[in-house]
Design a protein around this ligand. Structure first.
Ligand code: ADP
Ligand code: MG
Length: 570
């Protein structure tokens, strides 16, 4: 008996939204459903490693798309892992709340763009309702004898219960809306599947009807003969990363990226490497052009897709990338791990450690290449804006690669206009006189506060560049730093600023004279503020302001860090 269930509130909301606003780009439904079928086939392939029985009586894994003009239905079938009744209720009735909210928040009003977002938020299945007024799902889980059905008209409820299905896998049957009947057309289907699914490594077959030449004496009334046709494979079904990089065109890399990540835009860069020898592996890494909405969320799953000799093993294998490179997308395929590798095994394996080291280097190289590419200046700016902050985490997190990471960071500075971080440490070093043995920086709550800080006066006067740091992470990053190309990092707020070497003799004499002249004043201030300050000193650091408070030495906390600790009750 079928039972009626109410959709989770978020699903109901999402469905209304789909019907109302995403209708202008209906074809994404096919990408999402074929992609789900492909995931299901991958999952079965993986499960059958430990249980070969699962695929025994239907060993050729494939995805099929069939239009029925008379019934106005389009069916997407796979002979993959399938779903039990409980799984259908769960997977097709609920969604992660964080995902939906983020999805809704991200909607721009540009329908074309919005529709493309769908797959990134784990809500791809529901795109079926863009083109269908009723969706029926029949599924039989691999290894189960019983099958089940799920059906909904995309309003507040769905029905589900036991059903008949002769073979393993899932059929998603779309009862097409009247204005979506063009998806019954063979060429529309073929074009759309090719556009979105060319890089699915499982064959996608389309049912193509043929109209046999009618002979006069052909009097058969066998229904089977009425519709004749054959399954035609419409995608390449080859694993792109197994090809030689020389054979793969830029457009193919881009299309594969969109397939892999459900992105609607192009990546900023990619790196495809095959390494042979003792430890064999292939990596295909991508730099996205946009940070995901949950880049800083702890719950966010990151990592590469892991394949072992072309068999898909797991999504989001975080073990191959350090945390500060969590925005890197792509895959790793190796023969150095067993097919039955689990996340736990992965964690413990020395092979993982080696691969992580290699992948980290590849990723940093890919970013450096983009940084140094004169023709990709816009892409580089985008990268800095989207991921520059995350990369700063690496300074502390990954001391081994600190120098490589430092070269990739960009800062705002007194020598550059505006808040946009454009100055590299190499720029800074190149611009400053050789006798300047330090890289000066100023940490402030905002860029505005940094620019107008009185601490900068003396630097302005002497023409010394100061990096202006106002990212929340900056102070932590600086705490993990000692030097870059032999130059120490020194805070512009430190009390024992040794700008002396940069001062000329005349200035030094003037400073001495000022000190003597001000002895009385200094004494009076010392008495007035006694107990509140460590000391009073005459210095040449200010030009326009009369006085400022400084830290005792550069080990001391900056005002920002002090405030942060105070706020935290320390
Ligand atoms: P996502 O694919 O990002 O998880 P979807 O909304 O596309 O989100 O699908 C939801 C879930 O439904 C999938 O994670 C999967 O568990 C299940 N599912 C969808 N289609 C199939 C299918 N053809 N075979 C098996 N499970 C499926
Ligand atoms: Mg999906």
């Amino acid at each position: 008996m079928a039972e009626v269930h109410g959709f989770q509130t978020e699903v109901a909301k999402l469905l209304r939204l789909l019907a109302q606003s995403l209708y202008s780009n209906p074809e994404v439904f096919l990408r999402e459903l074929v992609s789900n079928a492909s995931d299901a086939v991958d999952k079965l392939r993986f499960a059958s490693i430990t249980d070969p029985e699962l695929t025994k009586n239907d060993p050729v894994l494939r995805i099929r798309v069939k239009a029925d003009k008379a019934a106005k239905t389009l069916t997407i079938s796979d002979n993959g892992i399938g779903m039990s009744l409980a799984e259908m209720n769960e997977n097709l009735g609920t969604i992660a709340k964080s995902g939906t909210e983020a999805f809704m928040a991200k909607l721009s009003g540009d329908e074309k763009k919005d529709a493309q977002l769908i797959g990134q938020f784990g809500v791809g299945f529901y795109s079926a309702f863009i083109v269908a007024d009723k969706v029926t799902v029949l599924s039989r889980r691999a290894g189960d004898d019983a099958a089940s059905m799920w059906e909904s008209e995309g309003a507040g409820t769905f029905e589900s219960g036991p059903a008949e299905k002769a073979t393993r896998g899932t059929d998603v049957i779309l009862h097409l809306k009247d204005d979506a009947l063009n998806f019954l057309d063979r060429w529309t289907l073929e074009d759309t599947i090719t556009k979105y699914s060319d890089h699915i490594a499982t064959p996608v077959e389309l049912w193509v009807e043929s109209t046999p030449a009618k002979k006069d004496d052909d009097k058969t009334d066998d229904v089977e003969d009425a519709v004749v046709g054959e399954w035609k494979q419409v995608n390449d079904a080859k694993a792109l990363w197994t090809m030689s990089p020389r054979e793969v065109k830029d457009d193919e890399y881009k299309a594969f990226y969109r397939h892999l990540t459900h992105a609607w835009n192009d990546p900023l860069a990619w790196a495809h490497n095959r390494v042979e020898g003792e430890l064999e592996y292939t990596t295909l890494l991508y730099l996205p052009s946009e940070a995901p909405f949950d880049l800083y969320s702890r719950e966010k799953q990151n990592g590469l897709k892991l394949f072992v000799e072309r068999v898909f093993i797991m999504e989001d294998a975080a073990q191959f990338l350090p945390n500060y490179l969590r925005f890197v997308k792509g895959l790793i395929d190796t023969n150095a791990l067993p097919l039955n590798v689990s996340r736990e095994l992965l964690q413990a394996s020395p092979v993982t450690t080696k691969l992580k080291k290699a992948v980290t280097k590849r990723a940093l190289d890919m970013i450096a290449k983009l940084a140094n590419d004169e023709e990709k200046k816009d892409a580089w700016r985008t990268f800095t804006a989207q991921f520059g902050r995350v990369l700063k985490e690496g300074v502390v997190e990954d001391p081994t690669n600190q120098t490589a990471i430092l070269k990739l960071l960009r800062f705002s500075s007194t020598a550059a206009d505006g808040a946009e971080p454009t100055v590299s440490l190499a720029d800074y070093v190149k611009r400053s006189p050789e006798k300047q043995k330090a890289i000066y920086y100023l940490i402030a709550g905002t860029h505005e506060a940094a620019v107008t800080s009185p601490y900068l006066e003396v630097f302005k006067k002497k023409g010394v560049e100061v990096l202006l740091l106002s990212d929340r992470i900056d102070e932590w990053m600086i705490s993990g730093l000692t030097e870059f190309e032999g130059r120490k990092f020194i805070s512009a707020t430190a009390s024992d600023l040794e700008l002396g070497e940069l001062a000329d003799a005349e200035e030094k004499a003037a400073e001495e004279a000022a000190k003597t002249a001000s002895t009385g004043l200094v004494e009076r201030i010392r008495t007035a503020l006694s107990g509140k300050i460590e000391g009073v000193r005459v210095s040449n650091r200010l030009v326009e302001s009369a006085a400022c408070v400084v830290g005792e030495n550069d080990q001391m906390m900056t005002p920002q860090l002090r405030r942060m600790l105070e706020a935290a009750g320390q």
